[in-house]
Design a protein around this ligand. Structure first.
Ligand code: MN
Ligand code: MN
Length: 293
């Protein structure tokens, strides 16, 4: 429990710090490396590579190795980050627009949807009731929720575990129950309300724990990945910083080809509608605690 409280506090501080860096012309890579280093400084570890998903990119865009993109005036930016302390993960996200004030309602749609859910959270709430609140709140703001992105239960060293928390009424009438850690993350869009797979993200996780490789450098890198990240996502950037980019490229390509790791695709809104997201992690028990407040 103590680790969860610490994890949530670090996530919250890193999110605020990251938010302060979201300015016109800021280098995405620089913002994210600063956020991830802040997490480490505060005594946590990134639970996954932090994301800055812009405009119609809904999720899973973490700056790549040598990424040269900069924030532009009018961009809608989602900062999504995860922290773990001894495997106790918290996950949180915030949306802002860069230098303009044209999409306040879109940003408020996801934010208010999460606030409405929070007011109603208790161990007896049904899974689809959460979805209904999210969907209707976003609709009231004039937008649609993204149906194929969801909140999720969290387990030790597993970001997406067990229960799925929908952003619409998925007819799951199971109660949330007690002693649950769940992340709730409404996504609002002016588009279709569906995401499709986009470009490869350079973010990976281990999917085959048994298989191994012959090449010794690749084997060393796999050993490092398994010890350092276990079942958690990691990125080429982190491997290149630890070893070098040449070794990282060779190893990650080989491991992906062998089916030992898988690469996540970016997730983009199908109609290229702008997307906002707000996320907090909650402990649901007799008392409900927002860990990432
Ligand atoms: Mn997240
Ligand atoms: Mn999440």
């Amino acid at each position: 429990m103590e680790d969860y409280l610490k994890s949530g506090k670090i996530a919250s501080q890193a999110r605020s710090y990251g938010f302060s860096l979201l300015k016109e012309n800021a280098l995405l890579l620089d913002v994210i490396e600063k956020v991830e280093n802040k997490i480490r400084e505060l005594g946590g570890k990134p639970a996954f590579p932090a994301d800055l998903s812009i405009n119609y990119i809904a999720a899973h865009d973490s700056p790549k190795y040598n990424d040269d993109r900069r924030l532009k005036k009018g961009d809608i930016v989602k900062l999504d980050l995860g922290v773990h302390v001894n495997g106790k993960i918290t996950d949180t996200a915030i949306t802002t627009e860069i230098g303009t004030n044209n999409h306040k309602k879109l940003i408020e749609a996801s934010k208010n949807a999460l606030m409405e859910v929070e007011k109603n959270l208790n161990p007896k709430i049904k899974v689809n009731e959460i979805g209904k609140i999210i969907e209707s709140t976003i609709k009231k703001h004039g937008f649609v929720s993204i149906k194929n992105l969801s909140g999720h239960e969290i387990d030790d060293y597993v970001v997406h575990a067990g229960l799925l928390i929908p952003n619409y009424d998925n007819h799951n009438e199971d109660e949330i129950g007690k002693k649950k850690i769940i992340a709730i993350e409404p996504f609002a869009t002016e588009g279709d309300g569906m995401v499709i797979e986009g470009k490869p993200s350079e973010v990976y996780s281990v999917v085959n724990d048994i298989k191994t490789v012959r090449d010794s450098s690749t084997r060393d890198i796999l050993k490092f990945i398994k010890e350092e990240y276990r079942t958690l996502p990691f990125c080429k950037r982190w491997i290149a910083n630890k070893f070098n980019i040449l070794k990282a490229n060779i190893a990650l390509n080989a491991l992906e080809k062998e089916g030992i790791i898988k690469q996540y695709p970016q997730l983009v809104e199908r109609a290229r509608g702008l997307v906002s997201q707000t996320e907090h992690t909650f402990l649901i028990d007799d008392e409900v605690i927002c860990l990432t407040k």
